[in-house]
Design a protein around this ligand. Structure first.
Ligand code: FAD
Length: 418
């Protein structure tokens, strides 16, 4: 069977879904609420072999220009000395590097901007998406790839909401040209952790502006997890005019006093090499959430990517999971040979337990950070003490861990075009 799919959300999850549906002969159109392309989200993105495989299947060649591969994972102490070290191979890319490649490879008109979905109607044969501009589109299938605050999920699962994990990720990046040369030389080949008590920071080199991986044009990327209680979260999500941004404060609105405080904390708590770079950035933060949907198929409407499950970012597998959702959806539809409802059932049967497992896996990885808000007397031994070697080992083995999860859930994705 071939059909018409409406994909809501034009970020990585939606674009990959559109490509893979097109690869099985469907007409897949993407509808994105923003009226400009999203290419400016300049942050690093960890990859896994499964993501690279799905991208290749979508026709995106993942060569060395797509990412940067450090060869050593290290933990730096507060004085900047290496206290633990492990060999590692992992390719770090950039969100916008993947976005650009996926968007450019869609046919003209394949991604429609300025289209905010407000409501979905459906019957046994298909679904109709209604948009804020008053237009409607009909498809055999509607894919909700509209992220953590999904409009599609809110309609079909109104009680399912993201749960705050008790900590935020401060994120920062600096162009290679702005990093002092001696620091760049020291850090460039490292996947570098700093583990102040109760916190976790990881930093590494990523493609720079214009997605460049050439020497001199790369960027340094920092992700710093910090426990933040609800009152403090409310405070730091409040802008200088006193307006509270419950769904996340846009980076330019973070108050100068909040930025000054995080930079002072960086000087006091993290390795001086990394603090020096952090001081030169314009950092922003994202609260960390867990979200698990009890269902992801509702007749001819389905959820994928972060709309369905949000795993904490420790395994760096959110985009990999969105790619696996897309691959499973395309495979399930193709293998159902014309029985779309049967294909969608298979999609749910496979991706529901996989999504749950990924959320649980990452929840366990972040348990130490979440526990910091509890009184010390109530914390377990693991919540009180953390071993730097174990943290490094977990990250060095990421691809094996995600690979094992994929195998355990029978996610036999076809890497190349079926
Ligand atoms: C700190 C942090 C670090 C991370 N690091 C990594 C990493 O290293 N590796 C990795 O793989 N993942 C990482 N992730 C996760 C990753 O960003 C996502 O899991 C992944 O990109 C999948 O996103 P998505 O396309 O499903 O949703 P999103 O990227 O949230 O996109 C949803 C899209 O839908 C649009 N939209 C929303 N509502 C509507 C509507 N009503 N109508 C039309 N459009 C709408 C939005 O504008 C947006 O473009 C990280 C996340 C965080 C928070």
């Amino acid at each position: 069977m071939t059909g018409r799919a409406l994909v809501i959300g034009g970020s990585l999850g939606g674009l990959i879904a559109a490509h893979l549906l097109r690869s099985i002969g469907w007409d897949a159109l993407v509808f994105e609420r923003n009226d400009e392309e999203l290419a400016s989200r300049g942050v690093g993105l960890g990859t896994h072999p499964q993501l690279i495989g799905v991208l290749q299947r979508a026709g995106i060649a993942f060569d060395e220009s797509m990412g940067i591969a450090p060869t050593r994972a290290v933990c730096l102490d507060g004085d900047g000395r290496i206290i633990v070290e492990r060999p590692m191979t992992r390719t770090l890319s950039g969100w916008s590097r993947l976005y650009r490649a996926l968007l450019d490879a869609l046919p003209a008109g394949g991604c429609r901007l300025g289209k905010r979905l407000v409501h979905v109607d459906q019957d046994a044969a298909g679904a109709t998406g209604h948009f804020a501009d008053g237009t409607s589109e009909r498809g055999d299938l509607l894919v909700g790839a509209d992220g953590i605050r999904s409009t599609v999920r809110a309609q079909f699962l109104p009680d399912v909401e993201p749960r705050y994990a008790g900590y935020v990720a401060w994120r920062a990046s600096l162009d290679e040209a702005d990093v002092p040369a001696d620091l760049w030389r020291e850090l460039a080949d490292l996947y570098a952790f700093c583990l102040p008590k109760g916190e976790q920071l990881v930093s590494y080199v990523v493609p720079g502006r214009d997605n460049d991986t050439a020497v001199g044009r790369r960027a340094y990327n920092i992700v710093w997890y910090r426990p933040v209680d609800r009152d403090t979260l409310t405070d730091i999500c409040t802008d200088a005019k006193g307006r509270h941004h419950a769904a996340g404060i846009p980076p330019p609105l973070i108050r100068p006093d909040v930025i000054a405080r995080i930079k002072a904390d960086a000087r006091a708590l993290i390795a001086p090499q990394v603090a020096e770079i952090f001081a030169r950035t314009a950092p922003f933060f994202q609260p960390i959430y867990d979200l698990a949907s009890p269902r992801i198929v509702f007749g001819r409407v389905i959820l994928a990517g972060d709309a369905a499950f949000v795993a904490r970012p420790h395994a760096g597998a959110g985009t990999t999971k969105a790619a696996l959702d897309a691959a499973c959806l395309a495979d399930s539809i193709r293998e159902a040979r014309g029985d779309l409802d049967r294909g969608l059932e298979r999609y749910q049967r496979t991706q529901l337990p996989f999504g749950r497992a990924l959320v649980e896996f990452n929840r366990a990885e972040g348990a130490y950070l979440s526990a910091q808000l509890k009184p010390e007397a109530e914390r377990t031994a693991e919540e009180l003490h953390r071993d730097a070697g174990a943290v490094l080992n977990a990250h060095v083995d990421r691809s094996d861990q995600i690979g094992a999860m994929v195998t355990a859930h029978g996610l036999d994705i076809h890497v190349h075009s079926p």
